[in-house]
Design a protein around this ligand. Structure first.
Ligand code: SF4
Length: 376
């Protein structure tokens, strides 16, 4: 494995150390954020390092008094991380309003381990509404005002423009990495791509982009020599389970594309710059490939998944969601129907991110045999 990918792995595995060392190096502040609807560019423009809050994949033994057992394992694991003090270094915590589960985790987090700045950013529930754009922009303005009051200074437009450039560059580089996976024999495995993408959520974007440039050069020099296997797509929500992707790929498949909020949905859409930098940033979150919590009747999400599946020439799809995740469960029938109508094999798995993924081995093996039969 090349040095850059090795570094991505280190950061993902030791994300807290990275943030603490970043803070010690420059004396900056670190904010945690939940879900993909927090406009990180505004935090970055204020000199803050935004880090995505994800679970620790640890068995839960501390959350029971604080969050109901019917909440998804992801939201429970996130809260568990806070209660265990893993995120004590954070100066602020923000969440974009998505599902009730993560909102409950956030509220309990605020109550038991309050950060100096806590903010729940309202995000319209129906992003294709004609009012969503103006509504979200107003909410983003209020968020920026609150942040400025806490900081004691304003965030000038030039800094927003600079942060937008930094973020867009990083998004383009991740796109390039994904583009390589369209090859017949992709030299980047699904687990490598997942590690690179997750590392972007934890690292200073400029540092991550420099590493990405090195990584893309290194990939160019590597010979393939990897059995491409069956080409699969992963579809779902909060899934940063690299072990799961490694398991699938160890059984003779290649995960070539995903629609995960911890994968392509994180970076797919750039900010389209315009006269008002704040409006441009807000628009990006309206136009990005949506999460199922953000669609009512219209299903932009399905079209997007179908296009990715076809562009990356996937041959089967694994649909994953966390146990008790209502938004993704509601989304599932339409996605399954879409694939079934086209005779595309799918495997539906319900995760509990706090338990090992080895339990899925037999079902994955059977699924891969089915995909193989479809291809022949
Ligand atoms: S996995 Fe589902 S229920 Fe849990 S936080 Fe994500 S969208 Fe909400």
């Amino acid at each position: 494995m090349s040095r850059s990918f090795q570094r991505f792995r280190e950061v993902v595995e030791d994300r807290h150390r990275y943030a603490v060392e970043w803070k010690a190096r420059g004396g900056g502040r670190v904010f945690g954020y939940m879900c993909t609807y927090v406009p990180e560019e505004i935090l970055y423009a204020a000199g803050i390092l935004p880090v995505r809050i994800l679970g620790g994949h640890e068995p839960q033994d501390v959350v029971e008094p604080h969050i109901h057992s019917m909440y998804c394992p992801f939201s429970r694991d996130v809260l568990g991380q806070a209660l265990k003090g893993r995120y004590d270094y954070l100066d602020g915590v923000t969440v974009g309003h998505t599902c009730i589960h993560i909102q409950q985790a956030f509220e309990s987090w605020q109550f038991h381990t309050p950060a100096s700045f806590s903010y729940l950013l309202y995000v319209p529930a129906c992003l294709h509404s004609p009012h969503a754009r103006s509504c979200f922009l107003e909410e983003v303005k209020i968020f920026k005002d609150a942040l400025e009051e806490w900081l004691g200074h304003t965030i000038p437009p030039e800094k927003l423009e600079r942060a937008t450039e930094v973020y867009n560059r990083n998004r383009r580089l991740l796109h390039q990495l994904y583009e390589i996976r369209r090859q017949d024999d992709p030299p980047v495995s699904g687990s490598m791509a997942m590690e690179a993408t997750l590392a972007s959520m934890f690292m200073d974007k400029e540092e991550h982009s420099r590493l990405m440039e090195d990584a893309l050069r290194e990939i160019g020099r590597e010979s393939n020599g990897r059995f491409p296997g069956m080409r699969l797509m992963l579809v779902g929500g909060e899934n940063d389970d690299i072990e799961f992707v490694r398991l699938v790929e160890s059984l003779g498949a290649a995960v070539v594309i995903d629609d995960l909020c911890t994968g392509s949905r994180y970076f797919w859409q750039e900010v389209v710059t315009g006269a008002d930098p704040l409006a441009a940033i807000a628009d990006r979150y309206i136009d990005a490939p949506p999460c199922p919590t953000k669609e009512l009747e219209e299903r932009r999400r399905l079209e997007h998944i179908a296009k990715l599946f076809s562009d990356y020439r996937a041959q089967g799809a694994i649909l994953v969601h966390q146990k008790f995740c209502d938004p993704h469960q509601i989304d599932l029938p339409a996605i399954q129907a879409y694939f079934q109508e086209r005779h595309i094999p799918t495997l539906h798995l319900e995760f509990d991110m706090t338990t090992p993924v080895g339990q899925f081995r037999t079902r994955i093996e059977a699924f891969l045999e089915m995909v193989q039969l479809e291809i022949l």
